[in-house]
Design a protein around this ligand. Structure first.
Ligand code: PMP
Length: 337
């Protein structure tokens, strides 16, 4: 058993777990990189630690200096874990649709939370990222800027990729992950391609309407992945954390398929993960079904399903949003299955 000097050393080295019940029979074995084992509950602990360490090394974040980020999700929690342990004050700017639980969690770690208008254009002064930038300027704080910070993909090139290569003994042939900032897929996929001399194929799991995989930019439910601000979004505005040459192909997955996959993962494998994990899993199952037993598919599960109990795992929510057309009392597994 390992003993850690601090919570920071408990970030990463997450388990790789074989999915024995939902992998397609006769297809490739599927293993899940369970990132919800990180202390903050998501893959973003890795990027948070990497970005803070790089900024401290570069002197742009001084000891005791303020950290600022605009995010509705896991990056805020990851930064909160790291900021608490290293003694940095943290301001997180969140859009007004952010759940009360997430805001409460940020506050529990001691972060200052500022709520701003969601759904405003990205150049609007009240937009999450613009407001975060202004607060950083005004307070002399350091803006983490996960979308354009090279330390985000670097975390995965340095740790997530090598962990997977070691955990599979170099037998991994296909890597499947969602694309939010792009840090996970670019860093992990980039490393795996390099170490395998280009043999590993990297598959992006993208919401059906996201523009990364060629969608039209219409809205969708699954959070934290994809890009949906089309038609404003041009390729030259895509995040610098996303290295598009790393991704060989996209599987486009609708909300319903993502939600069903997340629910199956909990019920059939005992792994409670979020909606973007469902998207990635649905893509991985498609890929594995096309392959054989000599291949090895790894799918990355970004966060815990605890943050979505009142959404994807709640029958009333499913019904209200049209994912469940059965009468009251019918079981959801049957209805959307
Ligand atoms: N899923 C969830 C739940 C996330 O929080 C994130 C991070 N935004 C992602 C997927 C995508 O990861 P990345 O930003 O590294 O592309």
């Amino acid at each position: 058993m390992d003993t850690y000097d601090s919570v920071l050393d408990a970030i990463g080295s997450t388990p790789l777990i074989r999915l024995t019940r939902i992998a397609p029979p006769g297809g490739a074995p599927v293993y899940a990189k369970a990132e919800f084992f990180n202390p903050g509950g998501s893959v973003k602990d890795r990027a948070a630690l990497s970005m803070v360490r790089a900024a401290r090394d570069a002197g742009t974040l001084v000891p005791g200096g303020r950290i600022v980020e605009g995010t509705s999700g896991n990056t805020g929690i990851g930064l909160a874990v790291v900021a608490a342990q290293l003694g940095h004050p943290l301001t997180v700017v969140v859009p007004d649709k952010t759940s009360g639980e997430k805001i409460a969690a940020l506050k529990a770690y001691g972060a200052d939370v500022l709520v701003t208008a969601g759904g405003v254009p990205s150049d609007h002064p009240e937009h999450v990222r613009q407001l975060a930038r202004r607060i950083a300027d005004e307070t002399g704080g350091w803006l983490a800027d996960q979308y354009d910070n090279p330390a985000n993909p670097a975390a995965h090139r340095e740790y997530t990729g090598p962990e997977l290569w070691a955990q599979t003994g170099g037998r991994l042939t296909h890597f499947v992950a969602g694309v939010g900032t792009g840090g996970t897929i670019s860093g992990t996929g980039g490393y795996l391609k390099q170490v395998s001399d280009g043999r590993v194929r990297v598959i992006g799991a993208d919401p059906e309407y996201s523009v990364y995989g060629g969608g039209d930019g219409s809205p969708y439910f699954v959070e934290a992945i994809g890009h949906y601000v089309h038609p404003e979004t041009r390729e030259d505005q895509w995040p610098l954390s996303y290295h598009r040459e790393v991704v060989d192909e996209f599987e486009r997955i609708g909300d319903r398929e993502s939600i069903l996959a997340a629910r199956r993962l909990a019920r059939e494998e005992g792994l409670l993960a979020g909606g973007s994990a469902g998207t990635a899993l649905a893509a991985a199952l498609r890929v594995a079904a096309r392959l054989g037993p000599d291949d090895l598919v790894v799918v990355l599960l970004p966060d815990t399903g605890r943050g979505y109990l009142s959404k994807y795992f709640d029958d009333d929510w499913l019904r209200r949003n049209g994912f469940l057309e059965e009468p009251e009392g019918a079981t959801v597994g049957a209805a959307i299955g």
